[in-house]
Structures are given as C-alpha cells and as structure tokens.
Design a binder for this molecule. Structure first.
Ligand code: 13P
Length: 258
C-alpha cells in the first residue's frame, strides 16, 4: 500500500465557530495516527483560513473544495488558487456535485487542475460514473473521458501532487458503497490511464475511493491493492466515525508491514 491519504470533505456543513471547534477536536483525536496516514480535511472556504491557523504545526492538512482557473479578476463568488497558495495544502477538483449542480466541464476542470498545480497546491481530482452510466455498463468509458480530459497537458513534478478520487456518483450519500472488488477493478483502470500520462510516476500516485465510506466498510476497502485511501463525506462530519476510518486504515498498513 502506498502511504494512505484519508480526506474528509465537509461539503456545505458547519458554521464557522462549529467548524473551528470540530477541527480542534479532530486535532486531538487524529494527531496520533499521522505518522502512518496522511489526513486532510476540506472545510468550506469561509472557514479555511481560521482552521489553517488553528491547525498550524499539526500534521492534519487542509484543503479547499474547489478553486478557480484564474488567479484574479471579475469572477464573482470564486476563490483563486493564488489566494490559497502557501497556506492551504490541497484542493479538490471535479467533485461530481460541482460537475452536476454547477455544470463544470472536463475542459474547465483541466484548467483548474493546471492552475492549482501552478500554485503548488496538491490536487485531489474526483472522477466517477452516474447510476445511469453504471447500469449501462459505461463506467470505463466515462472514467477514461473524465480522466484523460482533466490531465491533458498536465506535467507533474512529484506523484503526491495529484491524487485521484474514484467516486461512483451512485454511491455518494446513498449508504450503498461500491463493493471493494468493483472499486478496486475500476481503480486499476485509473492506474493504467495514469500510466499513459505520467509514466514514471503513476505507480506511486494515490487513488482514493469515495462514496458511503463508513467505519464498517473502511477496512475491506483499504485492503484492496489499488485503494490508497478514502475521500469521505458524511462520515467525516462525525469525529468518532472519521477517527475510526483512519484507525482502520492504520491497521491495514500495519498488517501489511508484518
Ligand atoms: P459520502 O461519504 O457522504 O457518500 O460522500 C462522499 C463524497 O462525496 C466525498 O467527496
């Protein structure tokens, strides 16, 4: 297993004081696992700076849920990667909610990815098929299109600069996670696609699974050869659940070492 990455996507939850209090709680509970696992939280933009300061010196990293493709200009409501640079570690790009509810296109996501990397943000790029596409047996085609388009022309200096989150849309918030076998198979395809674009680095790049990850299924997912971590939504909003997912991941890492 590559060094795992567990990311908590808070989506549009918590007020600023609640988010700050929760981040401090996670700091206390999660810090001890940080030698074995990378832990990232992705709070809403309005509380990012406050939380970044509160977590300074702590191994939990922070990330934005989205960022624009331009550095500045007339883009009302947007946050640029330049504003995040230097203090925010990660940015999530291409979440299915951004694609579906805010109509983000593959081409825009490619521009966002390039802009984020230019500002030395580590990117988690999300891809995944909808229920209709899944049922029509089109998963491979959809993933190939999304991934090839997003990384077109992208050059990486280090494998940790880009992680892919495979999130089948039908598994997000439904309580119906993909089976470990199915997730692993699709993530194997993602690894082969990465080899096309990032020959030398692909074997070290992290691929995360997302979609109804819970303490109950975390271990069986993490045991899969292609699964290097998780992008967690609902369960990342509850400290005991998020902590248990991290703990399960550490146990898998430890069991593979012996
Ligand atoms: P859930 O874990 O709530 O299914 O959400 C997954 C997700 O969308 C993370 O980005």
């Amino acid at each position: 297993m590559r060094r795992p990455l567990i990311a908590g996507n808070w989506k549009m939850h918590f007020t600023v004081p609640e988010g700050l209090e929760y981040a401090l709680r996670l700091r206390r509970e999660v810090e001890r696992y940080a030698s074995a696992v990378d832990v990232v939280i992705l709070p809403p933009a309005v509380m990012l700076w406050e939380i970044a300061n509160a977590l300074r010196g702590c191994p939990i990293e922070i990330g934005a849920q989205n960022a624009a493709w331009e550095d500045q200009g007339p883009f009302t409501g947007e946050i640029s990667p330049k504003m995040l640079a230097g203090w925010c570690h990660y940015v999530l790009i291409g979440h299915s909610e951004r694609r579906q509810l805010f109509n983000e296109t593959d081409e825009e996501l490619n521009r966002k990815l390039q802009a984020a990397l230019r500002h030395r943000l580590k990117v988690i790029l999300a891809v995944g098929e909808t229920l209709d596409e899944y049922e029509a047996g089109r998963t491979a085609e959809v993933i190939t299109r999304q991934l090839d388009a997003a990384v077109y022309g992208v050059e990486l200096e280090s494998p940790i600069d880009l992680s892919i989150a495979y999130e089948p849309v039908w598994a997000i918030g439904t309580g119906r996670a993909a089976t470990p076998d199915y997730a692993n198979e699709t993530m194997g395809l993602i690894r082969r696609l990465l080899e096309k674009s990032f020959k030398r680095l692909a074997s070290e790049m992290r691929i995360l699974y997302g979609g109804s990850v819970t303490p109950a299924n975390a271990r069986s997912l993490m045991e899969q050869s292609e699964i290097d971590g998780a992008l967690v939504g609902g369960a990342s909003l509850k400290a005991p659940d998020f902590t248990q997912i991290i703990q399960a991941t550490v146990e898998v890492v430890q069991s593979q070492r012996v």
